[in-house]
Design a binder for this molecule. Structure first.
Ligand SMILES: *Cc1c(COP(=O)(O)O)cnc(C)c1O
Length: 393
């Protein structure tokens, strides 16, 4: 067993071979003209931004997508100097010098950005940067997500006219985001698609990339004319956007998607660091809310809400040697306690996410128990959890 820390056994084991498989799976649904961007925002959904970005690029992804300029800079500083990096969220024009310097492609929602960015450069006597660098940007279009972007044809027309005043800005792409590709009324997709087509009429032919596909659109709606870029997020990590499970093994209550062969790339494990037999009546954890009913074997695991294993996850079973073990008492910041079916020694592995024996704590299964989505469970895994990467090439 690889132990990234000599001091604490809690670790996320991330299988890059499985990630390459998921990327190949998406690639099969795409044509040769489409580009695949790996979405690595929020620390690559908790998987570790830099190692995931590097592995995605060596698996053939043509670009990276992040949420913020700070995330983009972190990637540039890690040595990824050439690959296109698209920031999907909106950005403060104050940071224009760094955006240019690091060659980061930004998203704008209107013309205001350019005026304010120019002013910032003028105020700081840096307008000569505009002779050295070009600002690549994509325009967001709001076709029904209601988040960012222009909504009306007239607004896009006005943008197309107004952007002429900023020859240092290169209008490279337009994109939108579908609200219901991963669940919700199906006809909403049709309505958004129609909106997209309408808005496209106002986009000049010189704009190269027109893209709308996240995982769900890439996997399930390939009938629509191809998205020039597929912004692959959750499916790259092997999770289904709708939390469908990969087989019926979890029981009749769970939606299943056997058609898409997505392999979860992350397992979260730790080890028992303390074990004891307590007598009936002994209380466990803060608030003394749990009381042993009989003599019980109680083990302590070094993981808690400070690692992103939230108090709300109290009812999720933890797997030890093929047994489901309940958490007893409340989850602490750094530790939690479980009840074992029998004695297991210190050093025994406990699985929080991943398979063990006949059980499988699939992130999508766990998410449904605690009323959330797998995106949120993995993204919450804090930097304190050591990450171990298997099958780096
Ligand atoms: C996060 C995000 C994605 C990736 O979505 P997944 O569902 O994880 O594939 C794509 N596009 C935009 C605009 C996003 O914000």
């Amino acid at each position: 067993m690889i132990r990234p820390s000599e001091h604490r056994p809690t670790q996320a084991i991330i299988n890059l071979e499985a990630m390459r498989h998921n990327i190949d799976w998406m690639r099969q649904k795409m044509n040769d003209q489409q580009k695949l961007f790996a979405t690595v925002k929020a620390n690559a959904y908790g998987h570790g931004a830099v190692p995931i970005a590097k592995a995605a690029i060596s698996a053939g992804c043509e670009g990276l997508a992040v949420a913020t300029v700070d995330e983009a800079i972190e990637l540039r500083q890690s040595g990824l100097s050439q690959i296109p990096i698209l920031v999907l969220g909106l950005t403060d024009p104050q940071g224009i010098a760094e955006i240019l310097h690091y060659n980061i492609t930004i998203t704008v929602s209107g013309l205001d950005f350019f005026e304010a960015a120019y002013q910032q450069l003028a105020d700081t006597k840096q307008t000569r940067l505009l002779d050295l660098y070009k600002l690549n940007f994509h325009l967001a279009l709001d076709t029904g997500m209601g988040r960012i972007g222009l909504r009306e044809v007239a607004e896009v027309e006005a943008f197309a006219a107004g952007i002429q005043a900023y020859p240092w800005a290169h209008w490279q792409g337009v994109f939108t985001h579908f609200a219901t590709a991963g669940g919700g009324p199906a006809d909403y997709i049709e309505a958004q698609w129609q909106r997209w087509l309408d808005l496209m009429e106002a986009v000049p032919a010189t704009v190269d990339y027109r893209h709308y596909a996240n995982s769900a659109m890439g996997l399930w709606h390939p009938k629509l004319p191809a998205s020039d870029i597929v912004r692959m997020g959750i499916s790259m990590y092997g999770l289904d956007p709708k939390d469908q499970l990969p087989s019926p093994a979890w029981g009749p209550d769970y939606a299943v998607n056997e058609a898409d062969d997505l392999q979860p790339i992350l397992e979260l494990i730790t080890e028992i660091v303390h074990v004891k037999k307590v007598p009936a009546g002994a209380c466990i954890s803060y608030g003394a809310t749990y009381q042993a009913r009989e003599d019980e074997w109680i083990a302590t695991l070094p993981i808690g809400y400070g690692d992103g294993w939230l108090r709300h996850y109290k009812n999720l079973p933890i797997l030890v040697d093929g047994h489901e073990c309940p958490v007893v008492g409340v989850i602490n910041m750094d530790q939690l306690m479980i009840r074992l079916p029998k004695h297991y020694p210190v050093g025994t592995i406990a699985t929080l996410i991943g398979p063990d024996g006949s059980f499988n704590n699939h992130a999508s299964y766990l998410a449904q128990q605690v009323d959330t989505i797998a995106y949120e469970i993995v993204t919450n895994l804090s930097p304190r959890i050591a990450r171990v990467y298997l099958n780096e090439d």
